[in-house]
Design a protein around this ligand. Structure first.
Ligand code: ADP
Ligand code: ASP
Ligand code: MG
Length: 441
């Protein structure tokens, strides 16, 4: 069995859905489980509609756009609107309720976001069946995607994989499953976090011991940099689980950061492929990557992060200072991405400002704190670094020559990445300079 996940741009209109059907059709012998995202842009539009309703603003244009996009695909496929009308009705009922109650919390927001995948999968399954491939739509909870209640970033329960495997065993048709969403044990809808359909695919792949997890997207694989930032980015044939994890974690949007772990635990290869170039080889992600000629596999970048500098002379020889600092972050459920320490300073980065004020207030009791916003992490990744001296020197010399100002530097204990902080405005330039240095263009 294999899992084939198609992202938003791969199902954005009837043309792209036809291509998805062609691609899946060729793999029927491998018993694919198909996981789909919402049509491109729909999740954003659902959220925007809810925000407008909550603020008492007019959302009719957005509502029309959401309805029309799906109706247009249905019309192209000669199917009936009744396929999606109950789902659209449910969405607009929810939006009305948000407007009336003037309430939009994380739980309601997950419910709002769930409709995109519910719509795309219903349309695709009906189309696929209409062209003679017997297929069946599933909202993910119907095949056992039961999660905790962490709205906006839910995790599957330990019992979920067995439920998923048992449920899928009974399905005779090609299952067409919603990515991104699940339900908690109380039956309340949750999401796995933005971009989470990749994670759904990996969870299902691990649950059924798939031979391969395929992530179909709009790029040729895991490239040497985001092709939107570096025009000459090249496709890696093979990267390791560790490299892919680091790249995803540090901003390579092509994979959701949680995708690798379920695959790695079961040693299932993950292949990243392009629906716009289905004959391409893509990138295969496996336990150990080839000893490549390239020491570096890719450069990733994550913008709009916040840097927190914590200074205290009390750190010198003080037991437990760092523990205290991390306790404060931990108490507020805040994860830290990157850290660097010296005798009197800890610098760390966080993704967003949620609870940051409260954390800083508490830390002020033990240290001087300074917060810098609008920063970016740039991360150079490659297993080859372990055996190649001088990568840090080469990296920072190239940046220095090009007058990119660097603030904080960190090298992961795994020795497969070097990451540093620059201003948001300098991030693309830093990636381009390093791409030229390591890949020649
Ligand atoms: P999907 O809708 O298929 O999930 P995403 O937009 O989430 O697609 O991810 C694909 C995008 O990731 C690409 O269009 C590309 O701009 C971006 N990206 C960032 N870094 C990389 C990289 N190293 N290799 C390939 N794509 C990357
Ligand atoms: N539709 C969701 C999002 O836009 C999940 C995904 O596409 O992976 O974030
Ligand atoms: Mg994605």
């Amino acid at each position: 069995m294999i899992v084939m996940k198609f992202g938003g741009s791969s199902v954005k209109d009837s043309e792209r859905m036809k291509e998805v059907a062609n691609i899946v059709r060729l793999e029927l012998a491998k018993k694919p489980v198909v996981v789909l995202s919402a049509c491109k842009g729909i999740t954003d539009k659902l959220i925007e509609t809810a925000n407008k309703a909550n603020e008492g603003e007019d959302y009719s244009i957005l509502a029309d756009e959401i309805t029309k996009l799906h109706y247009n695909i249905i019309k192209d496929f000669n199917l009936g609107n009744s396929l999606v009308d109950p789902i659209l009705d449910e969405f607009f009922d929810l939006i009305n309720k948000i407007k009336e109650n003037n309430e939009l919390n994380a739980e309601i927001l997950d419910h709002v976001q769930s409709f995109g995948e519910m719509l795309s999968t219903r349309i695709f399954a009906a189309y696929f069946s209409s062209i003679g491939v017997s297929s069946r739509q599933f909202d993910a909870w119907r095949i056992g995607m039961i999660t905790d209640s962490e709205f906006g970033g839910a995790e599957p329960l330990e019992s979920a994989p067995k439920k998923i495997a048992d449920a899928l065993k009974k399905v005779k048709e090609v299952p067409i499953v919603t990515g991104f969403i699940g339900k908690d044990i109380n039956g309340v809808i949750t999401t796995l976090g933005r971009g989470g359909s990749d994670y759904t695919a990996a969870i299902i792949g691990a649950a059924i011991n798939a031979d391969e997890i395929q992530i179909w997207t709009d790029a040729d694989g895991i490239m040497t940099a985001d092709p939107r930032v570096v025009k000459n980015a090249k496709t890696n044939e093979k990267v390791s689980f560790a490299e892919a994890s680091e790249l995803a974690f540090f901003g390579a949007k092509v994979l959701h950061p949680k995708t690798i772990l379920p695959a790695m635990n079961k040693n299932i290869p993950v292949r990243v492929l392009n629906t716009y170039n289905p004959k391409g080889k893509g990138t295969i992600i496996v336990k150990e990557a080839n000893k490549s000629r390239d020491v570096i596999k890719a450069i990733a970048c994550k913008k709009n992060i916040t840097l927190v500098n914590i200074n205290s002379t009390r750190m010198i020889d003080a037991h437990g200072f760092l523990a205290k600092v991390f306790d404060v972050f931990g108490d507020y459920g805040k994860s830290v991405d990157m850290i660097a320490t010296s005798e009197v300073n800890v610098s760390l980065t966080v993704d967003d400002d949620k609870n940051l004020d409260k954390i800083i207030d508490e830390l002020r009791g033990i240290a001087d704190i300074n917060v810098e916003k609008n920063k970016a992490i740039v991360c150079v990744v490659g297993e080859g670094m372990k055996h190649t001296p001088g990568i840090a020197g080469k990296t920072f010399t190239a940046l220095g020559k090009n007058e990119v100002n660097i603030e904080m530097i960190s090298q992961g204990a795994s020795e497969i990445n070097i990451s540093f902080i620059v201003n948001n405005q300098e991030a693309d330039k830093a990636v381009q300079v390093l791409h030229k240095e390591y890949f020649g263009s």
